[in-house]
Ligand binder design. Structure first.
Ligand code: OGA
Ligand code: MN
Length: 231
């Protein structure tokens, strides 16, 4: 199905609505799959593939949630094991439900990535979950992996950044670590609007360095299990 058949629109920064179109190229999806297979992670600027206005509208949504204090302190672990620990992680989050126009467009984009990865890598991804995250100046998230081996839950992680004009000296970079050697950094990704990083959730240790400026993003996990686990 072509996205235009869905007849979605997304609000632009100036308030008018714009039709959703994806300028899709199979090449970049091949690169994405190749990066995941070869090095476990890949970073890509996806600005030009997204519907006009989508990133700006998502940015406005998260800024609004943050301003209204509608975001909650992020935890580590799930269900009964869920605890907050400010020595590990300090961001605030709000889960996405895919209802507002820009979230609908984002969910369509994520669905297309899920289909593309399944087609190329036979990952058996069945659904995804996504939340906004906001780091205020001084916030960080220490080195971690997103999923425990063997749980077949979170298989692929994706982070999409929403910050215009991010400078290296503002900190807040995502650092990708080598899983076999504690202090080897394999990659550094600045959280610039439209940049996306994708990695294998069980395999790739990573860390968010202390931000000096408010940092907004969307984190998403593609999962192999079917039934949502209560948060
Ligand atoms: C996470 C995470 C990375 C980032 O939310 O688990 O590692 O760059 N985020 O925001
Ligand atoms: Mn993570």
């Amino acid at each position: 199905m072509d996205i235009s058949e869905l007849n979605l629109t997304v609000a632009s920064a100036s308030g008018e609505t714009l039709p959703i179109t994806f300028a899709w190229t199979e090449d970049w999806l091949d690169e994405l799959a190749f990066g995941l297979t070869e090095q476990g992670w890949v970073s890509h600027d996806v600005h030009e593939y997204l519907p006009i206005g989508m990133l700006g509208a998502l940015g406005l949504e998260v800024q609004g949630l943050h301003r209204r204090q509608a975001m909650t302190l992020a935890g580590i672990g799930r269900g009964l094991d869920h605890v907050t620990d400010p020595s590990v992680r300090r961001d605030r989050i709000a889960w996405l439900d895919g209802v507002s126009p820009p979230q609908k467009a984002l969910f369509e984009f994520l669905t297309r990535i899920q289909v593309a990865l399944n087609k190329r890598l036979f990952l058996g991804l069945r659904r995804f979950e996504a939340h906004y995250a906001t780091y205020q100046p001084g916030d960080f998230y220490r080195r971690h992996v997103d999923s425990f081996v063997g749980r077949a839950s979170r298989v692929v992680s994706l982070v999409l950044y929403l910050n215009d004009g991010w400078q290296a000296e503002q900190g807040g970079a995502l650092q990708i670590h080598n899983k076999d050697s504690d202090d080897e950094v394999c990659g550094t990704v600045l959280p610039e609007a439209g940049r996306m990083v994708v990695f294998l959730s069980e395999e790739v240790p990573h860390e968010v360095l202390k931000a000096q400026r408010t940092r907004h993003s969307i984190a998403c996990w593609f999962r192999q299990d079917e039934v949502p686990i209560p948060l």
